[in-house]
Design a protein around this ligand. Structure first.
Ligand code: GSH
Ligand code: FE2
Length: 352
């Protein structure tokens, strides 16, 4: 078994999501996906050639909406969370001591309530990594002043379930508000200002009860949505654009395969952004193609239609990705990059 591991960050809610894959079976698990980051996460999973089999929410989040339902609808994965989380629509309600097997990857479930009743920590079987959700954060911990929060319960969870792991076990939290990415059990045992350095229950409770944190901005929206695993009230999830069969890359570019463009030339405007010299050397005769070298694009936006989807094309699909970015910045919504550019266009024997 070889572990594929990616930490993903949502800058709006400072949430970390984690993609864990077993490179042998290509099966993968996603922890705490964020609704607005669906396209990014889906793209990464696709580009890495993984099959998403499970989304796990570490608890019912109060600050952002989970993408678990969206993932299950579009990618066919199952949804899991603690059976004590109150979340409806789970395929699997997890309990303390359960195992999650993804290919040859094994995670053990530890109940770590305190921030909410249904908080869990997922620990890799060899105790090298722990995903602590909002139980233990880096130099912090989950707040205990709403949902079913209890500082006494959280104290027991951290000391009995997390601080009993090996010191070198890495901690990957559900959030970090200062961009810190990882810690370790040993480090938090020594330096966590709330519960490290030998703090006892009274020290910890004293600290937690005197925090005055503002309520999460999206609390009223997030909690009810997350009690449905992120399923929108009407059950309708965003659909892919209908103007072209676009895929979003992990780098954020919308792409369309050349074959579709070649067979739908009457429905799109092809924008060739190769240099003047390249266009002279290898002219392409794609019906209605507009030739504007990339370095002139910003000054010649008026020549680009607004009423047709624009398909940006170059030799290899790299510069045309920049053209995609420029047109997006300039307000074009229906614009995509032709995947692989003319190299792939020719390799597929498409007419030019
Ligand atoms: N400012 C954030 C609130 C963040 C927040 O309250 N986060 C919770 C996790 S859901 C927490 O436990 N924070 C711990 C802390 O900030 O010490 C927002 O509006 O979303
Ligand atoms: Fe939380």
């Amino acid at each position: 078994m070889s572990l594929l591991f990616r930490q993903l960050f949502d800058s709006c809610s400072c949430t970390y999501s984690y993609l864990l894959g077993d490179t042998h079976s290509s099966q993968a698990l996603l922890i705490d996906p964020v609704y607005e980051r669906y396209n990014r996460d889906e793209a990464l999973i696709r580009e890495l050639g993984l099959q998403l089999v499970l989304c796990v929410d570490t608890h019912c989040h109060a600050d952002h909406v989970s993408a678990s339902y969206l993932m299950s609808q579009h990618m066919g994965c199952k949804i899991a969370a603690s059976g004590r989380s109150g979340i409806q629509g789970l395929d699997r309600g997890l309990s303390h001591g359960d195992r999650i097997d993804i290919g040859n990857l094994r995670l053990d479930v530890r109940a770590t309530p305190g921030h909410t009743d249904g908080c869990i920590t997922l620990v890799l079987a060899n105790h090298s990594l722990a995903f602590t959700g909002d139980c233990l954060l880096i130099r912090g911990c989950g707040r205990t002043d709403f949902q079913q929060g209890s500082a006494a319960t959280l104290f027991r969870s951290i000391t009995e379930q997390i601080f009993t792991l090996p010191d070198q076990c890495l901690i990957y939290p559900g959030h970090d508000y200062q961009g810190r990415a990882q810690s370790s059990v040993g480090e938090e045992k020594r330096f966590n200002p709330r519960i490290g350095g030998g703090a006892n229950e009274a020290d910890f409770i004293g600290y937690m009860e005197n925090m005055r944190l503002p309520h999460p901005r999206r609390f009223d929206e997030a909690v009810p949505a997350n009690l449905r695993a992120g399923r929108p009230l009407d059950g309708r999830v965003p659909q892919a654009p209908d103007w072209a069969p676009v895929v979003t890359t992990y780098s954020g570019i919308l792409e369309v395969c050349p074959e579709w463009v070649a067979t739908h030339l009457d429905q799109v405007a092809v924008l060739d952004v190769r240099s003047v010299a390249e266009q002279a050397e290898e002219p392409v005769h794609i019906a209605g193609a507009i030739n504007i070298p990339l370095n002139q694009l910003r000054g010649r936006l008026k020549e680009i239609p607004r009423d047709l989807p624009v398909m940006a094309l170059c030799r290899s699909g790299r510069r045309s990705a920049m053209a995609f970015n420029i047109l997006r910045e300039e307000g074009w919504e229906q614009v995509a990059n032709v995947q692989g550019g003319l190299l792939r266009w020719h390799a597929e024997g498409l007419p030019s």
